[in-house]
Design a protein around this ligand. Structure first.
Ligand code: ATP
Ligand code: RIB
Length: 305
């Protein structure tokens, strides 16, 4: 379905350490966890694997350290069919994310950036070639790198989707003219000062994001409430699908990858966001980051069982 699409993802590659606990400890409190595990993560790598599993020809642009985690993460990208010619293995230390998962599947994440913060912005922009249909970026690498690849893609007329995770302030004004800006609720609050709970606040936040970025669409990821689409004239809310919630980690990555591919295929932002909601729902039902990403078959069979 998406096999003809050529995509690049510029972003982070992390080793995830996942610790499960019934509840999150208070300050100064030590708790006994119920389970732990290692997983392949990083918002960039998750989205690259998300695209590749859905069949797109996907190139990853990023950096890992000369260590065991770096080797394992690059091997995993290759095993998932991602082209790693844009991944440098010369970083100081591979990025790491410590993820605490509570009894309801909600996460709290601390990221050590390591090699992700050492990506060279000119080198990264050099991988944005004319043949690409899509560029995906997130905010887990330095602002300078994100701005440089996004500007290059916009200059070349490539569809550009900016996933605004993790939550931080970011100079959207330096990347005017992207196709889609897609933050989750906390990222929306960090960028606009408005937590998008009511429809009025969703609209207000979307208007601010659009005026700062001049993007074509503002798509807010609203967790269990689905997502919203603002095109400058109409606001639509697309409700989430109902499913089992085990681990919400990477639901946003999954949504962004699927939504972006479907937008390239159909040119229809609403169909794209509906597919994003389906992919997000599949993701929350599974533990781990890259393990959450569905295949094209899983996505097309979603809801048919
Ligand atoms: P992450 O944990 O990766 O940071 P996120 O916070 O960026 O995720 P969310 O808004 O939580 O992203 O989720 C992304 C999408 O996944 C939502 O827009 C929705 O489509 C789907 N989703 C999230 N939570 C649920 C849920 N409880 N039930 C069904 N679908 C969900
Ligand atoms: O979006 C989920 C990702 O955020 C995890 O894989 C972790 O590495 C952090 O970057």
């Amino acid at each position: 379905m998406y096999g003809k699409i050529k995509a690049a993802v510029a972003g982070s590659i992390n080793a995830d350490l996942i610790l499960r606990t019934e509840r999150v400890p208070d300050s100064g409190e030590s708790l006994t966890g119920t389970e732990y595990g290692h997983a392949n993560g990083g918002k960039g790598a998750n989205q690259a694997i998300g695209l590749a599993r859905l069949g797109a020809q996907t190139k990853m642009i990023g950096k890992v350290g000369k260590d065991e985690n770096g080797r394992r993460l690059v091997e995993n990208l290759i095993a998932n069919g991602v082209d790693v010619s844009g991944v440098s293995t010369e970083g100081s230390q591979t990025g790491l994310a410590a993820i605490i998962l509570d009894g309801e599947g909600r996460n709290r994440i601390i990221v050590y950036e390591g090699a992700n913060a050492e990506i060279d912005s000119d080198e990264a922009a050099g991988f944005i070639t004319d043949d690409l249909d899509l560029l995906l970026v997130q905010f887990e690498t330095r602002e300078e790198v994100v701005v440089s690849v996004v500007r290059e893609a916009i200059k070349k007329g490539i569809t550009t989707v900016i996933d605004c995770g993790p939550a931080k302030q970011f100079a959207l004004e330096k990347m005017r003219g992207a196709t889609v800006i897609t933050p989750n609720e906390t990222e929306t609050e960090a960028l606009t000062g408005i937590y998008p709970e009511s429809e009025k606040d969703i609209l207000k936040a979307s208007e601010i994001l659009m005026s700062r970025s001049n993007a074509r669409f503002i798509v807010l990821k609203l967790g269990e409430n689905g997502c919203s689409v603002w095109d400058g004239e109409t606001l639509r809310i697309l409700p989430a699908y109902k499913g089992n919630v085990v681990d919400t980690t990477a639901a946003g990555d999954c949504f962004t990858a699927a939504m972006a591919l479907e937008f390239i295929r159909s040119g229809d932002i609403y169909t794209a966001c509906d597919i994003g909601n389906k992919a997000g729902c599949i993701s929350v039902g599974r533990i781990g980051a890259d393990a959450s990403m569905p295949t094209a078959k899983e996505l097309s069979e979603f809801g048919k069982q």
